[in-house]
Design a protein around this ligand. Structure first.
Ligand code: SAH
Length: 201
């Protein structure tokens, strides 16, 4: 898998080392364990998906982590992305909307000894104001109305927010964006993601 990621242009050694060490099969339902290292997204409970390894690598590399950062992940899902982030940064807070997913991710991560990581249940689009600001924010579900304002507001000076933004409320096709705290916005690549659930505020 790591060789494939290298060939596809991932050059961040910290990300590649994390991906070499985290056992992706532990984050998948048993029936998909055999496909854990295939280059595709896979289903997890609650109708959600664990992103393809390449997407996880692109998103994590785009956060430009050096090991000292405080990171927020929106959309814990299986917990796999959180495990990768926690190996690349100092502290990770990850928020999941579906209680069942939050519970099972917390269990899997705890069993593997990830102690610099906190799994929260709730609407991640609101961020974690009590733990802000964040040096890096990874949003792993697609926002239909642009990058959520609370996340932008919770970026530390110099911070980066990476996540997909799409045209429709049902997820699907969109673009992976990176916003820097100074307002510089880049489009990284076209992507497909499950939708970000948005609660009325
Ligand atoms: N990072 C995950 C991929 C998750 S897919 C992994 O490595 O497995 C996106 C996840 O975002 C889903 O689990 C979905 O339930 C969650 N999600 C969607 N909207 C959300 C919201 N508003 N707050 C928190 N999580 C949300």
């Amino acid at each position: 898998m790591v060789q494939d990621l290298r060939e596809r242009g991932i050059g961040d050694e910290r990300v590649l080392a994390a991906m070499a060490r985290v056992p992706r099969e532990r984050f998948l339902p048993a029936e998909f364990a055999a496909e854990a290292y295939a280059s595709s997204p896979l289903p997890i409970p609650a109708g959600q998906t664990i992103s393809a390894p390449y997407i996880v690598a692109v998103m994590t590399a785009a956060l430009e982590l050096t090991g000292i950062e405080r990171v927020l992940e929106v959309g814990t899902g299986s917990g796999y992305g959180a495990a990768i982030l926690s190996r690349c940064a100092e502290q990770v807070v990850t928020i999941e909307y579906h209680p069942g997913l939050a519970r099972s991710a917390a269990r899997v991560l705890d069993r593997q000894g990830y102690h610099n990581l906190e799994v929260r249940l709730g609407d991640g689009a609101r961020g974690a104001p009590d733990r802000a600001p964040f040096d890096a924010i990874s949003m792993t579900a697609m926002a239909s109305g642009g990058l959520p304002e609370p996340l932008v507001d919770q970026l530390a000076p110099g911070g980066r927010l990476v996540g997909p933004v799409g045209p429709g409320p049902r997820g699907g096709d969109g673009e992976l964006l990176r916003l820097r705290s100074d307002g510089h916005l880049e489009t990284l690549m076209p992507v497909r993601f499950v939708p970000l659930i948005s609660e009325p505020s």
